[in-house]
Design a protein around this ligand. Structure first.
Ligand code: THU
Length: 132
């Protein structure tokens, strides 16, 4: 991923952020995933009155990619209005590791970003290979 590709992914994530449904936490998140074909899939968090039913932005973006027949995830951009970049939550780490255990991730907040690799965020992940 070069800088211009990251820039496009950041813009896609920030566009999705505007659609976040977060009436309970007030914490809006947008996400954009680029797949191997070059396509970009977006998601936002979708909260629920039954709080535990909330879907995070990252998982929503992953589901959109899979629903379009794309499973080779190359990069993920996360966008929020937080003071500092937010890493993906534990549930999202596990979900993303199913398809892309070494996914390249950037999280953007204001003019700053943090960069992660999923293999560092979720070392020794349980995955399909453990099922035998
Ligand atoms: N959230 C995400 O969408 N992604 C994350 O990685 C962290 C948390 C959402 C879930 C909930 O709607 C709100 O942010 C506060 O936790």
């Amino acid at each position: 991923m070069d800088e211009s590709a990251w820039g496009a992914l950041q813009r896609a994530a920030t566009k999705a952020l505007a659609h976040a449904y977060a009436p309970y936490s007030g914490f809006a998140v947008g996400a954009a995933i680029q797949t191997k074909s070059g396509a970009v899939f977006t998601g936002c968090n979708v909260e629920n009155a039954s709080y535990g039913a909330t879907i995070c932005a990252e998982r929503a973006a992953m589901a959109a990619a899979v629903a379009a027949g794309e499973r080779e995830l190359v990069a993920l951009a996360i966008s929020s209005k937080a003071k500092r970049p937010t890493p993906p939550c534990g549930i999202c780490r596990q979900c993303l590791a199913e398809l892309a255990p070494s996914l390249s991730i950037r999280s953007y907040a204001g003019s700053t970003h943090a960069q992660y690799n999923l293999s560092s965020l979720l070392p020794d992940a349980f995955g399909p290979n453990h099922l035998g």
